[in-house]
Design a protein around this ligand. Structure first.
Ligand code: FES
Length: 275
């Protein structure tokens, strides 16, 4: 059992939990994820870590409450126990010294972007961050990301804060201004990562995306998280979750992530009806 040290709502639909897990915190690196089960009868879901502290012995996760399990997560309070937590899983972000890097995040992806920008900054890179959300109220991890960024841009779809438009608009401008961006990192909605990868490809800018395929075991055994990378089948859990954005078959990923939509809706309905 894993104790919830702190629970808070970042937005009405996003919960952040800090969990006591010293053995995971000790080994965790930016870009890695954990598999968690809220209670004995719950499903296993992967969540990329939003933070970790070896000193405190805690890992932090942030979840958008859209399905049964993430809604259950949202009910946890400090002092509650989580049934299981496995990790750290997946490969860490390759935080080399590239020079100037541009990290782009959207929606819940902003939570996992924070440790990645921090790791890239610690590796000696100049960090440009572009963050986006539908509106100002849905922007999360803004202060944290800004604190590790040399240059920082905010975008909202409705113009309530920062640039009125998409994160890709700012990236296009940086490229047009001939900024010497050596690496682009994108995490967020699949369609956003696809657009970013399509923008950087003709310019030959190395682009890394953090994928979110459906996972079951998270250890390379079940094949549920198959993704197509450069025409080859890879497993998101052990070969990723980060991949070369120019090689990802995004349309296949979108189709595979929709596989269980009907079942997920039934499960959520039953949960909301208290069954
Ligand atoms: S989640 Fe089962 S192989 Fe990746």
């Amino acid at each position: 059992m894993y104790e919830v040290v702190k629970a808070e709502k970042l937005t009405p639909d996003v919960t952040r939990l800090e969990l006591k897990a010293p053995h995971i915190a000790k080994k965790a690196k930016a870009g890695q994820f954990v598999m968690l089960t809220v209670d004995e009868h719950g499903e296993r879901i992967p969540l990329t870590m939003a933070d970790f502290s070896a000193e405190k012995g805690t890992v932090t996760i942030a979840a958008l409450e859209i399905g049964k399990t993430t809604k259950k997560l949202g009910t946890l309070k400090a002092g509650d126990k989580m049934f299981s937590l496995v990790g750290p899983l997946g490969l860490p972000t390759e935080s080399h010294k590239y020079g100037t890097v541009c990290c782009i995040g959207g929606g819940i992806g902003l939570a996992l972007m924070y440790p990645v920008v921090r790791a890239l900054k610690e590796a000696g890179n100049k960090t440009i961050s572009i963050i986006g959300a539908k509106n100002e109220k849905l922007l999360i991890y803004e202060k944290e990301i800004q604190s590790v960024s040399d240059e920082f841009y905010v975008c909202t779809d409705d113009g309530s804060k920062g640039h009125h438009g998409f994160v890709s608009d700012i990236l296009k401008k940086l490229i047009a201004d001939k900024r010497d961006v050596k690496m682009v990192y994108a995490v967020g909605p699949i369609i956003m990562m696809k657009v970013i990868s399509n923008i950087t490809q003709p310019h030959g800018i190395h682009t890394v995306v953090s994928l979110n395929p459906i996972m079951v075991d998270g250890t390379g055994m079940c094949g549920s998280c198959r993704v197509i990378i450069g025409g080859e089948t890879k497993f998101g859990c052990v070969d990723g979750p980060e991949f070369d954005g120019h090689k990802v078959d995004f349309d296949n990923l979108i189709a595979r992530n929709r596989r269980y939509m009907a079942e997920e809706q039934i499960s959520l309905k039953k949960f909301q009806e208290g069954k």
